[in-house]
Design a protein around this ligand. Structure first.
Ligand code: GLY
Length: 315
């Protein structure tokens, strides 16, 4: 089989406007650094699944993003994270829902790819951690704790934690948002991974889209990772809808454009990154900003200053 040029797109969330320039610069630096590292792996022959796992680990380890270290706290002050992985070639989905005390939730999704039971919720995820003897890890950061304490002072007046930082004082650390990675490897295989700390301040037991096919989906044709308000993503069944449209004959650009128009008409707050087997990279959002970066085989680019006029873009 002749080799295909690898493609990669990652995101660190979507949400309201990113104000401080320090935030923009810091986010760009982090996303571009991760794209560079993971794209190099793809050039060296890593599979799409390996690249997605590595990309998710790096994003989970970056405290500015709301996944792994730096995850937001839920209403009871606990961190519960969700992550999923989908291998487009085998069309297998795996994931964990509301797991605590682990550094990289995506590693659990990786392990579950080969298992008969492939999606575990809180209790099962905790048992799996024990079974795999993974070290106990506290993903809490001071910043997240202080945000939560501030929310308590306001008697939880906000419905959810901000998706990206807008605080001037914190602008160099724009830090919130689901993370996700979609990759096409040199064999033409696609994989998608998504990981999140949730939307922040949610009720105990609330389930994110990130460990559902609504938020993360891939086939041999295309892969999608979503970000934004989980309930909106679930209501649109966004990732699966885009990928299935591609399988039914839409181009990726058409599938993203139609799906984003529907989401916009339904007043959703979300974003998605994607790529297809032809190497097209595309993204879309109804939120004000999408923190995504990609490598298209020639160069690294991003969507950080992308205008609000279009619901979708591609390269
Ligand atoms: N999209 C992440 C969440 O709402 O949980």
């Amino acid at each position: 089989m002749s080799q295909i040029q690898p493609k990669l797109i990652i995101h660190g969330g979507a949400g309201s406007s990113l104000k401080g320039k320090g935030g923009l610069v810091a986010v760009r630096q982090s996303l571009h650094g991760i794209v560079e590292e993971v794209y190099q792996m793809l050039l060296n022959g890593a599979s799409a699944t390996e690249a997605v796992i590595k990309g998710c680990q790096l994003l989970e380890n970056e405290p500015r993003f709301n996944a792994g270290t730096g995850s937001v706290l839920q209403s009871d002050g606990q961190i519960r994270m969700s992550a999923s992985l989908m291998d487009g070639t085998s069309q297998r989905f795996s994931g964990v829902i509301n797991v605590s005390r682990v550094q990289n939730p995506i590693n659990l999704a990786e392990y579950l790819q080969q298992q008969e039971d492939r999606v575990l919720s809180d209790y099962g995820s905790a048992e799996l951690l024990r079974e795999l003897k993974l070290p106990i890890y506290d993903p809490l950061t001071d910043l997240r704790l202080h945000e939560w304490i501030d929310e308590r002072k306001d008697n939880f007046s906000r419905k959810m934690a901000g998706v990206v930082s807008e605080d001037e004082m914190l602008s160099s650390e724009a830090r919130r948002g689901t993370i996700g990675v979609v990759a096409l490897d040199n064999q033409g295989c696609i994989a998608a991974g998504t990981s999140t700390g949730g939307k922040g301040l949610e009720k105990i037991g609330r389930v994110s889209d990130s460990a559902m096919p609504a938020g993360n989906y891939a086939t041999k044709n295309a892969g999608v990772s979503c970000t934004g308000i989980g309930e909106d993503i679930i209501d649109e069944c966004l990732a699966a809808k885009i990928v299935i449209r591609v399988g039914d004959g839409f181009s990726l650009r058409e599938a993203i454009a139609k799906s984003m128009q529907e989401a916009y008409d339904n007043k959703r707050d979300l974003g998605a990154i994607s790529l297809d087997a032809n190497g097209t990279i595309a993204w879309g959002k109804t939120s004000e900003i999408l923190l995504a970066a990609y490598h298209n085989g020639r160069e690294i680019g991003d969507t950080l200053e992308w205008s609000n006029e279009e619901l979708s873009g591609s390269c």
